[in-house]
Design a binder for this molecule. Structure first.
Ligand code: ATP
Ligand code: MG
Length: 456
């Protein structure tokens, strides 16, 4: 993984409630089942952020005849031998925000069962419909939505369903009102599960908690089938979504192959990142064009996309195109920008647009074609979880609970170089992750499709 953002060691220093509210002195209940050496030691157990040689060289500099080595490192996630919170009267809240992703219920289930069965936490609440679930009247202290009490029994089998049993939502992320709500309900730990927006919201809530100097821990859990959250190489739902996207591509290809000059076109989720589209295309192997937000599309001209499509249809007989929903947004005439409740720009429909311009191009050249367009959209995110994603959700949930019980706060559970980590929310809020066109995934796409590096 290479980063365009400048990374400094201090960016990855994780906050802990122990810095302001006393030591973590309670022996972890996990000591019964864990060997001492399996506990993670703060300060000692860290891994490099950037494992490239170039990254290592950048982190070293000559100093008085010696080499000073100061690489940026992630704190490792996992159980600590001493915990900060006494589980007896602890109150924990869990909220899921943003769009759906396969695995939301698995994460909720793992948080609840791990908190209650291993750490013996008795008071766990599910906040409904995302940040909107904190809405309350400051005078009457009445909440707009009832919070659900959760325990191991109430979350049994929720992993058999897609979606979020808590409900999810966009908008309503006023940090002052949310911290008021947390204090009204005496919440000690809040877990927020969501994408880049949710984690930015969590960072704002954490800042408000710090401003008030109150001992409330906040742990973020990344959810993004687009794979656009910084400092996580993989998140839950991605693999499940790739599986469904491949099904859609296979159908489109079958349609294309069975028609004279057939064209199959599939639009795949991915507002800012083409990672899902690219991965599904590589999994299918026989895809001809992969269009992603990171590579601008040029339609016209000898080396433009339309000419390449016509040539390939004539040469090969049929083609399949995978397009990410965020690709080619600059092809639309400028108009008033519309936004959703969370402030995300509403995207123009690149799938329908391509369907029209490709069909028009063949018509204008008097060449026969049949184009079938598939938009599997919400089918990718509302399905249940693959076995591999379920394993990932279990580990994510467990590590989030370990982090919270140890007193960590203002951090997200990250995943890098196949290890779970703690990443400060402020570092997550530095930007969005994009597909790097010089990295192996995109190079595999170019190798599999034979399409040019750029459309010029
Ligand atoms: P996804 O994009 O996968 O659907 P997301 O978490 O990015 O997930 P959003 O709807 O963008 O989904 O945001 C989720 C919540 O976070 C919303 O309640 C939104 O109001 C809030 N939020 C988004 N961006 C910010 C921000 N910059 N600061 C504070 N809150 C934010
Ligand atoms: Mg988002």
């Amino acid at each position: 993984m290479s980063y365009t953002i400048e990374i400094k060691p201090e960016t990855f220093m994780v906050e802990s409630l122990t810095q302001s509210f006393g030591q973590a002195h309670i022996p972890s209940p996990l000591r019964v089942s864990f060997q001492t050496e399996n506990f993670i030691e703060d300060g000692k157990d860290r891994i490099l952020v950037d494992i490239s040689l170039e990254g290592l060289l950048k982190a070293s500099r000559p100093d008085n005849g010696k080499i000073l080595f100061q690489p940026s490192t992630f704190e490792l996630a996992g159980p600590r031998e001493k915990i900060f919170w006494n589980p007896d009267n602890l109150k924990v809240a869990i909220v899921t925000c943003g769009g759906l992703a396969p695995g939301l219920n698995n994460v909720v289930q793992n948080l609840v069962t791990f908190l209650s069965d291993r750490y013996r936490v008795k008071n766990i609440y599910g906040v409904p419909f995302g940040y909107q679930g904190f809405t309350h009247d400051p005078l009457t202290k009445r909440f707009a939505f009832g919070w659900r009490r959760l325990d191991s029994l109430s979350v049994q089998n929720i992993d058999f369903e897609g979606g979020s049993v808590l409900g999810t939502g966009r908008g309503h992320s006023n940090p002052i009102s949310i911290v008021d709500a947390l204090m009204l309900r005496d919440i000690n730990i809040l877990f927020t599960i969501g994408g880049d927006g949710t984690l930015a919201g969590a960072n704002a809530i954490h800042e408000e908690i710090k401003r008030r100097k109150v001992p409330i821990a906040l742990i973020g859990i990344p959810k993004t089938i687009d794979n656009d959250v910084l400092w996580v190489s993989k998140t839950f739902g991605f693999e499940s979504a790739v599986g469904k996207a491949v099904e859609a591509l296979r159908c489109a290809q079958t349609e294309a192959r069975s028609a004279f000059h057939g064209i199959g076109l599939v639009k795949i989720m991915g507002r800012n990142s083409g990672a899902l589209t690219a991965t599904a295309a590589v999994a299918m192997n026989d895809i001809d064009f992969v269009l992603v937000p990171e590579v601008p599309i040029r339609l016209d001209g000898q080396n433009g996309l339309l000419n390449a499509i016509v040539r390939k249809v004539i040469d090969k007989g049929y083609i399949t195109i995978a397009v990410a929903e965020g690709a080619g947004q600059d092809l639309f005439p400028p108009s008033e920008i519309e936004k959703d409740a969370s402030g995300n720009v509403k995207l123009k429909d690149i799938g329908k647009f391509l369907q029209k311009v490709i069909t028009d191009e063949f018509k204008s050249r008097n060449i026969e074609t049949t184009l079938k367009y598939i938009d599997p959209s919400y089918m990718l995110r509302s399905q249940t979880t693959s076995a591999d994603d379920s394993v990932f959700c279990a580990k994510l949930g467990q590590n989030a609970v370990h982090a919270a019980m140890a007193g960590k706060t203002g951090c997200m559970i990250g995943y890098a170089h196949e290890r779970f980590t703690h990443v400060p929310l402020a570092a997550v809020a530095l930007g969005k992750k994009h597909l790097d066109v010089n990295e192996p995934l995109w190079l595999s796409v170019l190798a599999a499709t034979g399409q040019p590096f750029q459309w010029k």
